[in-house]
Ligand binder design. Structure first.
Ligand SMILES: *[C@@H]1O[C@H](CO)[C@@H](O)[C@H](O)[C@H]1NC(C)=O
Ligand SMILES: *[C@@H]1O[C@H](CO)[C@@H](O)[C@H](O)[C@H]1NC(C)=O
Ligand SMILES: *[C@@H]1O[C@H](CO)[C@@H](O)[C@H](O)[C@H]1NC(C)=O
Length: 491
């Protein structure tokens, strides 16, 4: 029997024998209800065309009582050179996101809790323990599972979903390996006779397995619901599992149910680990913890981290960069431009404002954002982020390039205007050079600037949009010395 089939067998076993919790129909109804809620929430406060850059709330794509996955779908179209969807996975303690592969590649980021992610790497199953702040890449077509081993802790994962290799059937397509009636395993399509021959087991044993799973893509692993053999297995340290597997197959099973498990484990064991203890160390890439990295830029007003292919090699292959910014209360990431990448951002903590400017110098977006909001900024577009006065504003996200993305700052002591500073620049604004210099040199800080006047006050006006055109003024009114003259309109 080939490794491939054994692999399928492994995951079949993993998903075997759980009880029904939520039917497909309920699931659909739940989705529709969420849609309605979402529309109602969104109905108010949504501005004009600018909200294009602020993604609507995420929509559920999978949901069971053990967890859910929600996705914010990229808008697509010509302006985005590489669409990325943003996914949010929430899993209750002791649950498993069952083995599947996708037509899209993922970068997982653990926002809260702890996860064990199993993934096939070069025909070997490897498992990674992911802690808060860890990122990990799962290539399209690679089978993986996610396990929340936590005792009392929910797992929150934010992920990028890169559909560039997708089949374009939907936002993304899952192919469940394990499964039953819901979700349906891709194996089921072959029919019992073909499978019986392929697996070399009786039809009755096979159909028993292929009809068990009705609980959905995220399942509980508690004693009462999952096969105890798997529960025990999942509690072990990685190095102990091999030993445990050995013990398992040596135990003489007596019940019919256990027999099914037994043959599966034996085959799994034989084909994966050989008959002797093999060093299960692997060469697959490890996780990367973004919180442990020291900031690439830091001053009194905040810090930023950018992770590219030279820091974490899996990013090189998927062509995606990762960043994390922490602005202290009332600070601003100075107006800047990404010359090579579209930027997708997720607010992790606090509230703030995002301003984005159209190429013609008019304001495209001025929105107050809060935890969980997702925004995107096309490359070449000028934009800035401002933390509210009430506390730090932390956002994290993905850029569509794994090369060093050197943002070009338009304001601040390292700005483009400083670099350009010359009679020609003054002439371009129609002012004297002396006057130009006075304006440019007034701001002594770089990158992250103090900006209490521009910062939104905080929670209390969640719906009110601040009527404020700071960035266009920076660009248009340089000549009249308004470079940092943020006059706050309606706030
Ligand atoms: C199928 O299983 C039987 C006994 O269970 C074994 O004798 C036979 O060699 C197996 N065939 C293959 C192709 O593995
Ligand atoms: C952001 O910075 C604040 C201090 O300004 C700190 O308390 C907070 O833990 C930081 N957040 C992250 C995610 O590092
Ligand atoms: C600037 O461009 C945007 C987007 O193309 C457009 O909606 C807006 O009307 C333009 N504004 C002006 C003043 O040309």
């Amino acid at each position: 029997m080939g490794k491939g089939l054994s692999l399928l067998l492994l995951v079949l076993v993993v998903c075997y024998g759980v009880t029904m919790a939520m039917t497909y129909k309920e699931e659909k109804e739940w989705e529709r209800e969420r849609e309605r809620e979402w529309r109602e929430e969104k109905g108010e406060g949504a501005g004009k065309g600018g909200d294009w850059f602020l993604f609507p709330d995420s929509k559920p794509v999978m949901k069971t009582d053990a967890g859910e996955m929600r996705v914010v779908k990229s808008i697509g179209g010509r302006i985005i050179e590489k669409p990325l969807h943003i996914g949010f996975i929430t899993m209750e303690p002791k649950t498993l996101f069952i083995p599947q592969y996708l037509d899209s590649s993922l970068i997982l980021f653990v926002r809260r809790g702890e996860a064990r992610v199993g993934c096939i790497y070069k025909d070997q199953m490897v498992e990674r323990r992911m802690r808060i702040g860890d990122v990990y890449h799962i290539p399209a077509g690679s089978t993986f599972y996610i396990l929340n081993p936590g005792e009392g802790q929910r797992l929150h994962i934010v992920c990028s979903i890169d559909p560039s290799e997708s089949l374009q059937l939907g936002t993304f397509q899952s192919f469940f390996i394990g499964g039953g009636t819901y979700p349906t395993s891709i194996l089921a399509g072959f029919g019992p006779e073909t499978l019986s021959t392929a697996f070399n087991v009786s039809v009755s044993k096979l159909t028993g397995i292929l009809r068990q799973q009705q609980q959905g893509p995220i399942v509980y692993l508690t004693e009462s619901r999952a096969p105890s053999v798997w529960t025990k297995f999942s509690q072990l340290q990685e190095q102990d599992r091999l030993k445990h597997l050995k013990k398992l197959i040596q135990e003489e099973p007596n019940k019919e149910e256990e027999q099914q498990t037994e043959w599966s484990w034996r085959k799994l064991f034989d084909s994966f680990f050989g008959s002797e203890d093999k060093n299960i160390e692997d060469k697959a890439p490890d996780c990367y913890n973004i919180y442990k990295r020291s900031p690439d830029f830091m001053n009194n007003y905040g810090w930023s981290i950018a992770l590219d292919g030279s820091d974490y090699s899996p990013l090189k292959y998927c062509g995606i960069g990762i960043y994390l910014v922490n602005l202290t209360a009332g600070s601003m990431l100075a107006p800047h431009v990404n010359p090579i990448a579209t930027e997708y951002g997720v607010v992790l903590r606090g509230t703030g404002r995002i301003l984005i400017v159209y190429p013609n110098g008019t304001l495209a977006l001025d929105a107050k954002v809060k935890e969980g909001d997702v925004f995107w900024v096309p490359r070449y577009f000028a934009f800035c982020q401002i933390a509210s006065r009430e506390g730090p504003f932390v956002f994290f996200g993905f850029t569509t390039s794994s090369r060093k993305n050197r943002p070009q700052f338009l304001v601040g002591s390292n700005s483009l205007l400083h670099t350009l500073s010359s009679p020609e620049l003054a002439a371009a604004f129609g002012v004297t050079q002396k006057r130009m210099m006075r304006i440019i040199n007034a701001q002594r800080e770089a990158v992250i600037l103090p900006s209490p006047e521009a910062a939104p006050p905080g929670e209390e006006d969640g719906k009110k949009r601040v009527n404020f055109e700071a960035v266009p003024k920076v660009i248009k009114n340089l000549g009249s010395e308004m470079i940092m003259g943020f006059d706050e309109g309606g706030a």
